[in-house]
Design a protein around this ligand. Structure first.
Ligand code: FNR
Length: 378
């Protein structure tokens, strides 16, 4: 039995258990993957100030995100095709997040639908929206999310056109999948995944199937995305979204100070400093490298969240110390899901909680809300 002690162990296990086509879909960046690598490297370079003899009994990493209580400053990021890492993946991840007390964000590009997740959870979750060329359909998605009780909309702004991910093309990732022979052969080594997948009927995009033209007959996911997502999206589109969405609004995909300033003025509840985990603009700055300037520019006007590269509680601590109110994890929970299903997501959250708590203590702090730049070597 493998002893899993960190996210890297989960990743290794997921690589063994998830079919190559879907493991690769997660473990990739766009083009040369330089930004993908740099996201993690930038967090690693940040050093912490070790403090001693501070009485660190009674520590708490509890905080809030857009006014919602959270067990720690971590939410599950929206991840397309989560239900392909493990059958019913979105439901399992949402349940794990709910039990742990952190938000779950359902992607527009999920396998389980908004309604599937709502039926199988108790608390409101968050819904992530991609604005489609067919605005009527985007409106319909917002209505469905409202009806399902979603308490926040995460509007993703950094994917008007898809950054190319070589592995997806090489593996034949399309809608529906047209796996290449090497990918089919790999399935023979993933019996557990096949077995779970046979137990579910949810094997296609639950939110968009049957609504958006072309699902099922495009050659690649990239082509399909580029034909459906709205490249005309601009700041007036955010106003349009606001006219249809009356609950909390989070703007995701801000990686530049100028954009952060505009975003802070459009009347959202939070922004997410993110470069989509290095999956979009290859060559963009690591999100951790822009976090400081963005917090300085707009941190007093709007809640700043952070993602891209978080693999540990230490990373969460660094982002919060730099000024982010909270963080999101993408691949970290996806690896847990692929490795061990719901239990794997819970385990990732537990490991991160412990890493965060102990790191905070070793920096001489007892309350995550009081952590700040004084904890960083700058
Ligand atoms: C994503 N991300 C993403 N974001 C989004 O707004 N909608 C989506 O459907 C997806 N899909 C998606 C699929 C996969 C496989 C990954 C890895 C990521 C981006 C995601 O929300 C988040 O920004 C990144 O995952 C953060 O980087 P880390 O934590 O994976 O390094």
């Amino acid at each position: 039995m493998t002893v899993v002690t960190d996210v890297a162990d989960m990743q290794a296990l997921a690589r063994r258990r998830v079919p190559k086509m879907f493991y690769d879909y997660a473990d990739t960046g766009s083009w040369t993957q330089s930004t993908y690598r740099e996201n993690e490297a930038a967090l690693q370079r940040q050093k912490l100030r070790q403090r001693v003899a501070c009485n660190i009994d009674n520590r708490s990493v509890k905080t809030t995100m857009i006014g919602q209580d959270v067990t720690m400053p971590v939410a599950l990021a929206p991840v397309g095709l989560t239900g392909m890492q493990r059958a019913d993946g979105e439901i399992l991840a949402a349940q794990a997040a709910e039990e742990f007390g952190v938000p779950f964000t359902l992607s527009t590009m999920s396998v389980c639908s908004i309604e599937d997740v709502a039926e199988n959870t108790k608390n409101p979750f968050w819904f992530q929206l991609y604005v489609m060329r067919d605005r009527g359909f985007s409106e319909n998605l917002m209505q469905r999310a409202t009806a399902a009780g979603c308490s926040a909309l995460v509007l993703t702004l950094d994917l008007q056109v898809l950054g190319q991910r070589h592995k997806d093309l090489k593996n034949g990732l399309s809608t529906p999948p047209k796996p290449k022979p090497h990918v089919l052969l790999d399935l023979a080594f993933k019996p557990r995944w096949c077995w779970h997948m046979l137990q579910t009927k949810r094997r296609q995009f639950g939110n968009i199937h049957g609504h958006v033209s072309g699902v099922g007959d495009m050659t690649s996911l990239a082509e399909w995305t580029n034909s459906q997502f709205d490249p005309t999206l601009d700041w007036s589109s955010v106003e349009w979204v606001k006219s249809h969405w009356k609950r909390k609004l989070i703007l995701k995909g801000i990686n530049d100070v100028e954009d952060a300033k505009i975003a802070a003025d459009v009347g959202a509840d939070a922004i997410v400093v993110s470069n989509h985990g290095g999956r979009q603009l290859d060559g963009a700055l690591a999100s951790y490298e822009v976090l400081q300037d963005i917090v300085d520019a707009v941190g007093d006007k709007i809640e700043v969240h952070f993602d891209s590269g978080i693999r540990s509680g230490q990373d969460v601590f660094k982002a919060v110390a730099m000024g982010a109110k909270s963080t999101y994890i993408g691949r970290a929970f996806i690896y847990g899901l692929g490795a061990m299903g719901k239990e794997g997501v819970s385990k990732v959250l537990q490991m991160m909680h412990k890493e965060l708590d102990v790191t905070m203590g070793l920096c001489g702090e007892t309350d995550i809300k009081k952590v700040g730049r004084h904890n960083l070597v700058l």
